[in-house]
Design a protein around this ligand. Structure first.
Ligand code: GCW
Length: 678
């Protein structure tokens, strides 16, 4: 039964009345590459296993294109043409794109490259597994080339902000012997078109660069390769000193340059197709170029130059900030990314991508779009999302994240008063950049559910789908996932859809609303309510709440000036309290608890009401899930029921902790008389 968790959305469960369809299925598979480690070979066996699972019919596989009728042909467009296939009518494809046609007896699954062919096979299987046998013929291409996931795995096997058990990659300072799960992970990722995994924590350890560990990385890359997934690694900027024994890690020092060139060449000997490096520099105690008065771009370019001959890229994180003092009214952590990076625009090499968290602070339940996306016009950028629910219930709460991500991906920053959707900036299209895309912190572990919760896997599935095409609708992605993961039964689909679509608004309501950022404990756990931790800390994550007022004044006129980091149209919207949306009011403005919202409600009464309504919604998830008893296998049914029961209880803890805290602080009674001692 662990298989249900491990296979996630790739279960290939039999569909109802499968026998009625078998006659209309092709009778054989032609996979145009006979090398076992090639993604096209993988596509052939995946098609064979999938069709057997769904329809109970085992198709044979051959590797030469005899252009027989009634076959599924999978390969690259080029290989197909070489073996005599007709490619007429197939449009030009971008890297990783594919053509899928099931018209006229034969099925053609043809990729621009082998990876694309495998994606096409997964797409075809996804249709079949959802009972969709309609004839289709279309090409699809990715929004952007970078579609990566980041694991925050430490070499000792622990995972920073990991909620699904220890690492599938590391233990005791080195790479595990049995990499079966690494291959299984790559399979899941390839099926949603993720093309690289950074396997170690951005808080990196330089011993990753030992000869033994580089050999281990080679084995991970070998496990990934049949799925077209490439390996990436995070680097410790101080490695030349910590690991190389040099007296410096100054990025302009010739010995440091030689160190990184050698290390990079050595890794590429073992992993010739490595995707590249991820770098967290001068952030939260990590070393970086600023120590030597070098710029962050000089730091990024150090790696870019070493990677360039091998075709690798550098993902350079924009998550750089200093500790701050709250007594300074103008101090603002949200300002940091633009302050550190704006002046470096145009100074990064072409194979550097600046990786930007979706909001200016840190993966909170609601944040405005990071203004850095509007300030780098000559730099390639990627958005950083977090599938790991660090501040969002740590997989103990159901929170379907794509509606949150979409508030940023679809946000129009109006650069130069022109349409500038974030999704068109990260694709490279808006500013004509050669690179760009997405990264998501995922943190799967050895748990057989991967993330620690069956329902949390919708976030991983949807991440890949949105990285490929961010214009897609979160609810329809979700429903594909439900059908593939659980059942084609309408009641199952409707119920899990309702719970999931209500989950982020509910979590926002019972945790921190009106743009207060977060009210979770930020000092230690990032879990559970701790509104007091939001002030008097050096992290610059503040609410500035006292007995009369609450919120951060981020205006130019009287506050931290953050609103001024946006292009004029957006700046004006946020600068003025009248045009600031309620859900970001306390992000941008410092107001009385009695301030009226656009909704007509006061801030404090909204707090009380939202915390009640959010927790009420979380209560309904339990009976909703219980209505599916018998329609979901017992193991997954019980596992989810346990979590929903926990969430229901914990949402009440949240509700009462937050409401009582602000009642005690403000002394303003709840109109409905629910809060305080009565
Ligand atoms: O929010 C913080 C997390 C850290 C993380 C950091 C980052 C890996 O709490 O655990 O460090 O963000 O994104 O670098």
């Amino acid at each position: 039964a662990a298989e249900n968790g491990l296979n996630a959305w790739l279960r290939y469960a039999p569909i109802p009345n499968a026998q009625n369809y078998s006659a209309s299925l092709p009778s054989s598979i032609v996979s145009l590459n006979s090398t076992e480690t090639s993604p096209v070979y993988t596509a052939g066996t995946e098609l064979q296993n999938g069709i057997q699972g769904i329809f109970g019919k085992r198709l044979s596989i051959s590797h030469a294109n005899g252009t027989t009728s009634s076959s599924i042909v999978v390969g690259t467009v080029d290989e197909y043409a070489k073996t005599g296939g007709s490619v007429q009518g197939i449009p030009e494809l971008d890297e990783d794109g594919f053509w899928l046609s099931s018209k006229g007896g034969n099925v053609q699954i043809l990729g621009e490259n082998e990876r694309g062919a495998l994606y096409g096979a997964f797409e075809y299987l996804s249709m079949l597994a959802q009972g969709n046998l309609s004839s289709v013929a279309y090409a699809t291409n990715p929004n952007a080339p970078v579609r990566w996931v980041n694991q925050w795995d430490n070499l000792d096997g622990s995972i920073e902000r990991g909620y699904g058990g220890p690492s599938i990659f590391f233990e005791n300072g080195t790479i595990v012997n049995d990499l079966t799960r690494a291959g299984d992970y790559a399979r899941l990722l390839a099926s949603v078109r993720v093309n690289a995994v950074v396997v170690n924590n951005v808080n990196a350890n330089s011993t990753l660069l030992s000869t033994r560990n580089i050999q281990g990385l080679g084995r991970i890359a070998d496990a990934f390769r049949p799925y077209g997934v490439r390996l990436g690694i995070s680097l410790d900027f101080a490695s030349p000193m910590d690991f190389g024994g040099l007296p410096t890690y100054d990025p302009l020092d010739p010995s440091v340059i030689a160190f990184w060139t050698n290390v990079t060449n050595q890794i590429y000997e073992t992993v010739p197709d490595m995707a590249g490096y991820l770098v967290k520099a001068n952030s939260e105690g990590q070393a970086g170029p600023l120590t030597y008065n070098r710029t962050l771009s000089q730091g990024g370019n150090l790696f870019a130059k070493a990677l360039q001959p091998h075709g690798g890229i550098v993902m350079f994180r924009a998550f750089v900030y200093n500790m701050l003092n709250e007594s300074d009214w103008k101090a603002d952590r949200a300002n940091a990314a633009v302050q550190f990076f704006k002046d470096l625009d145009g100074q990064f090499d072409d194979n550097v991508v600046v990786q930007i968290k979706y909001g200016p602070i840190d993966f909170q339940v609601r944040e405005p779009t990071s203004p850095l996306f509007a300030n780098l016009l000559n730099t390639s950028t990627a958005i950083e999302l977090e599938v790991a629910q660090e501040y969002l219930g740590q997989q103990c709460h159901l929170v379907y994240l794509p509606p949150l991500w979409k508030t940023v991906l679809d946000f129009d920053l109006r650069v130069n008063n022109q349409s500038s959707l974030v999704r068109n900036i990260i694709s490279g299209k808006r500013f004509n950049r050669p690179l760009g895309g997405s990264a998501a912190v995922v943190n799967v572990g050895t748990n057989t559910t991967w993330l620690g919760s069956h329902l949390a896997m919708s976030n991983l599935y949807a991440y890949g789908r949105l990285a490929w095409d961010p214009a897609q609708d979160p609810q329809s992605i979700l429903q594909d996932w439900i059908r593939l993961t659980f059942s084609l039964d309408n009641e199952v689909i409707d119920t899990i859809t309702q719970m999931s679509m209500e989950s982020w608004p509910a979590y926002e309501s019972y945790s921190g609303n009106l743009g207060i950022q977060t009210l979770t404990d930020i000092l230690y756990t990032h879990f559970g309510p701790n509104p007091a931790s939001q002030d008097n800390n050096g992290y610059g994550q503040w609410t500035r709440a006292d007995h009369l007022t609450i919120g951060m004044d981020r205006t130019v006129s009287n506050g931290t000036g953050f609103s001024g980091q946006y292009p004029p149209e957006i700046y004006e919207m946020y600068e003025n309290i009248e045009t600031t949306p309620d859900n970001l009011l306390l992000w941008f403005h410092h107001v009385n608890y009695t301030q009226r919202l656009q909704s007509g409600q006061t801030v404090i009464q909204h707090f009380y009401d939202a915390h009640y309504s959010g927790a009420d919604t979380a209560q309904t998830f339990v009976p909703l899930w219980e209505s599916l008893e018998g329609k979901v296998d017992t193991e997954r049914y019980n596992d989810v029921l346990f979590r929903q029961t926990y969430q229901a209880g914990h949402s009440i803890v949240w509700r009462d902790a937050i409401n009582n805290y602000y009642y005690n602080l403000s002394g303003i009674p709840d109109e409905a008389n629910r809060v305080g001692n009565h």
